[in-house]
Design a protein around this ligand. Structure first.
Ligand code: COA
Length: 191
């Protein structure tokens, strides 16, 4: 059985539309159903399809990383139906500077633009700032991923720079845009 969360108002793991929980081996079927979709993967520079064995291995690494406190990866589920929508993670911690890097993917393109990604990312940020006590959280996005950039800026990230023409995608080089969010900005926006 996959973990059950009892809703508690104020939990960083429960948003308006989504909830975050650890990724389970039982999620493999759902991951294999949609995550090899090129429409989703091209934004992650993960063009090569992944086999079931590779995805299973990846889930196991998320468990090890969580135990070692080096990275926290969550399954994103919809609150209304409790179904698996995708994953998000927070990683690359620097505990002296209190910083980390986040990433997110809603796997099935049919679930894009329904508010799930924004809601889940806000949960992840609450976990990062309120529970991990991070001071700065970074995210990056490819220039051609206008939807993701819009979402990040809508939530409150600020563009801080670009790795110019760092990303090769189907014949063209694009900038990788780096954005960040500081804890005081976060708490004034989401008290
Ligand atoms: C990026 C992603 C996480 C966003 O999650 P989502 O659930 O689709 O996004 P939401 O529904 O919360 O918000 C979408 C917003 O983008 C807007 N949008 C959609 N297409 C857009 C475009 N081409 N340009 C600008 N804005 C766009 C929508 O209007 C909506 O704006 P609003 O909330 O102001 O009305 C999700 O689309 C995804 O996983 N994509 C594939 C993988 C990926 O890109 N991951 C991020 C890598 S950096």
């Amino acid at each position: 059985m996959i973990m059950v969360q009892i809703e508690f108002k104020g939990s960083p793991f429960i948003g308006e539309k989504t909830a975050l929980r650890p990724v389970e081996l039982a999620d493999l079927d759902e991951i294999m159903k949609w995550f090899n979709t090129y429409e989703t993967r091209r934004f992650l520079l993960a063009f090569l399809p992944y086999s079931r064995a590779q995805e299973e291995e990846w889930i196991k690494t998320t468990i090890t990383a969580a135990n070692e406190r080096t990275e926290f990866t969550f399954a994103i589920t919809s609150k209304s139906r409790d179904d698996f929508l995708g994953t998000c993670s927070i990683r690359q911690f620097n505990w002296f500077n209190r910083s980390g890097v986040v990433g997110i993917a809603i796997h099935n393109p049919a679930n894009h633009d329904k508010g799930f990604g924004s809601d889940a990312l806000l949960c992840l940020l609450k976990f990062g700032f309120r529970i991990l006590n991070l001071h700065r959280i970074e995210i990056s996005v490819f220039e051609f991923n206008e939807r993701a950039k819009h979402v990040y800026e809508k939530i409150g990230f600020t563009e801080i720079g670009r790795k110019r023409k760092a990303i090769f995608f189907e014949g063209t080089y694009y900038d990788e845009i780096v954005l960040d969010f500081l804890s005081d900005e976060f708490f004034s926006r989401y008290p």
